[in-house]
Design a binder for this molecule. Structure first.
Ligand SMILES: Nc1ncnc2c1ncn2[C@@H]1O[C@H](COP(=O)(O)OP(=O)(O)OP(=O)(O)O)[C@@H](O)[C@H]1O
Length: 256
């Protein structure tokens, strides 16, 4: 089996300040990798470099494309990378306002992404949008409403529908439950877990919340000051942390 994503020596600095350094890992099909660490540890820098949103100073991000097999994303042309971003990749942002178009209806938010990959038949697009609203537990009667009339949790679920409707193989998530009430977070995590499992998705999830990785991630990488200090199976790392920084992270949470 070929890894879906092979990351080698990924390094990014902002002038004299280090974003992330020498990050390497493989992500296998169907696997969820959690990236944890405190604020400023380099999680977002890493995620943005992986998703082609930020250009690293060094390293390789090799994605197993459907058409041509493993390709270095960082050396791809912009059109090809944009096509990947619309088809095989998805990016769920912490703030749904950054991942949705607030001025158009819920149905259009989902349908738009289908149209971007060539869907043209209005009836089909609406039917698939309706189906996805149901899958993310939004009443399809709200299909013509704008996301700004939705609660934060509903907006986040809509963002997930918009991202997953095209059947991507790799999903990047940046604090997907951040900023939501605890009970809303729990429901969203449950939904995400079900979707990841049912669709066989691979994902890279950035969070500072160990409960999120405990539920979603098969493996985790712990980052500190831009570097990976510990990596392993989620339960193993959280139950028996080796690095003093991971021990501190785990012990600072009463219950994970
Ligand atoms: N645009 C930027 N310009 C300069 N320095 C930056 C920039 N973005 C990030 N950094 C620095 O890079 C380091 C890593 O930041 P990054 O945002 O990746 O961490 P993070 O773990 O995602 O933090 P948070 O959880 O707060 O988002 C920090 O020292 C930060 O100050």
């Amino acid at each position: 089996m070929t890894p879906l994503l092979e990351v080698r020596g990924l390094t990014k600095s902002y002038g004299r300040s280090l974003g992330c350094a020498e990050v390497s890992f493989d992500l296998w099909p169907g696997e969820v990798m959690g990236i944890v660490g405190e604020s400023g540890s380099g999680k977002s820098t890493l995620l943005n470099c992986l998703a082609g949103l930020l250009e690293p100073d060094a390293g390789e991000v090799i994605f197993d494309t459907r058409a041509d097999g493993p390709r270095d994303v960082l050396r791809m042309g912009e059109p090809e990378r944009r096509w990947l971003a619309r088809t095989d990749w998805a990016f769920v942002r912490q703030n749904p306002r950054d991942g949705l178009r607030m001025g158009v209806s819920a149905g259009a938010n989902v349908g738009e992404r289908l149209m971007a990959v060539g869907a043209r038949h209005y009836g089909d697009i609406r039917a698939r949008a309706t189906d996805w609203l149901r899958r993310v537990e939004i009443d399809p009667a709200r299909i013509d409403d704008r996301p700004r009339t939705f609660s934060g949790g509903m907006q986040q679920r809509l963002q997930i529908a918009r991202n997953l409707v095209t059947g991507p193989r790799l999903v990047f998530m940046d604090e997907p439950t951040g900023g939501l009430d605890v009970s809303v977070q729990a429901r969203l995590l449950d939904l995400l877990r079900g979707l990841v499992r049912d669709m066989g998705l691979s994902a890279v999830v950035v969070t500072h919340d160990l409960a999120v990785v405990r539920l979603l991630a098969h493996r985790i990488m712990v980052m500190k000051d831009g570097r990976v200090v510990e990596e392993g199976l989620t339960d193993q790392v959280l139950d028996d942390p080796r690095h003093p920084y991971t021990q501190l992270l785990v012990s600072s949470v009463l219950q994970v």
